[in-house]
Design a protein around this ligand. Structure first.
Ligand code: IPM
Ligand code: MN
Length: 360
């Protein structure tokens, strides 16, 4: 029996409704396997700006630091996207949280499902054997460099900086994962142009010497963007810097069939955070139509992080069962679809029913 404290940040847009499904699923796991999960709630993003003026109040950081893991929904609101002069923005909350908790590695698995192959713009043949994982550096690079707008507002600067120590810690983690997988690591960079990329290559080459079993490959990001849709089965662990990782992971989600399916884990020196890779999808907020699987699969990654691997597997089996039986949301099937809540209920029920079958 395991007792764990989970901090929950519902966030903006569809964040609350998809995260509620994950909590439902985690509760089903707790009852089936006899664990106790205790939730405490914090606010962040546009929600927090509305309530406090601050996209990440200190209490939220406190709540996170006092927990064993964080489950997060989504961030962003269109009223800020359309106002380039806004000084306070929802996204600042998430960036500040990543930095405050030193969540330097963002892990984004890209899985394909046979039942969803028809949704991908790629031919089924190219999707065969696609199973890779993007390791995105999350607390450095252009996201966190000096930002400046000149006083005449005609010149803007975003600086991109990396230290070898920042590169090394995420690289070591990526190599460790590669060892447990197909033992291939591809560094995606722009070393033909960028100094930071040349430092990435140097550090990765040095660390590669400690992992002789892992085959290392170097790829420019423009080529990688093409290879991900041309021949995605070639990848195993894809390691890259912050902004390239942001871009190629959204690109890679089309292989799965929907952006709504992809989970992520952000890990570092303190408590880890789990969130779907999708955004706040404001057009769908409150309509009970969003796909909860990105969040539910993030909850499965959270269970793996607690080393509750059978529990994580039970979640994934239930998810596969919904996909194989057409219990899917609108992004997957525009005609025959189920609500966010209904899919959450079906998955929680599946987990519970399994429990009863096993007890019998
Ligand atoms: C993501 C998101 C964030 C990012 C935004 C909301 C700041 O797109 O988690 O991928 O760019 O990192
Ligand atoms: Mn993104």
């Amino acid at each position: 029996k395991m007792e764990k404290k989970i901090a929950v940040i519902l966030g903006d847009g569809i964040g609350p409704e998809v995260t509620q499904q994950s909590i439902k699923v985690l509760n089903a796991i707790a009852s089936r396997f006899g664990h106790a999960f205790e939730y405490s709630y914090g606010i962040m993003g546009a929600d927090a700006i509305d309530k406090t003026g601050n996209p990440l109040p200190d209490e939220t950081i406190e709540t996170c630091l006092n927990s064993d893991a964080i489950l997060f929904g989504a961030i962003g609101h269109p009223k800020y996207d359309n106002d380039p002069t806004a000084k306070v923005r929802p996204e600042q909350g998430l960036l500040k949280l990543r930095k405050a908790l030193q969540l330097y590695a963002n892990i984004r698995p890209v899985t394909t499902y046979r039942a969803l192959q028809h949704l991908s713009p790629l031919k089924a043949k190219q999707l065969e054997g696609v199973d890779f994982i993007v390791f995105r550096e999350l607390t450095g690079g252009i996201y966190f460099g000096k930002k400046e707008l000149s006083s005449d507002q005609q010149t803007a600067v975003d600086e991109c900086t990396y230290t070898s120590a920042e590169i090394e810690r995420v690289t070591r983690l990526a190599f460790k994962y590669a060892l447990g997988r197909k033992k291939k690591l591809t560094l995606v960079d722009k070393a033909n142009v960028l100094e930071t990329s040349r430092l990435w290559r140097k550090v990765v080459q040095q660390i590669a010497a400690d992992y002789p079993e892992v085959a290392v490959d170097y790829m420019f990001v423009d080529n990688a963007a093409m290879q991900i849709i041309l021949n995605p089965a070639q990848f195993d662990v894809v390691l890259t810097e912050n902004m390239f990782g942001d871009i190629i992971s959204d690109e890679a989600s089309v292989l799965s069939g929907s952006l709504g399916l992809l989970p992520s884990a952000s890990v570092g020196n303190t408590v880890a955070l789990f969130e779907p890779i999708h955004g706040s999808y404001p057009q769908a907020a409150g309509k009970d139509i969003a796909n909860p699987l990105g969040s539910i699969l993030s909850a499965a990654m959270l269970l793996d992080h607690f080393q509750l691997n059978d529990e994580a597997e039970a979640v994934r089996i239930a998810v596969d069962w919904t996909l194989a039986n057409g219990f899917v949301s609108k992004d997957i099937d525009a005609v025959n679809n189920y609500s966010t809540t209904a899919i959450g209920d079906l998955i929680a029920d599946h987990i519970e029913r399994h429990a009863n079958a096993e007890r019998r």
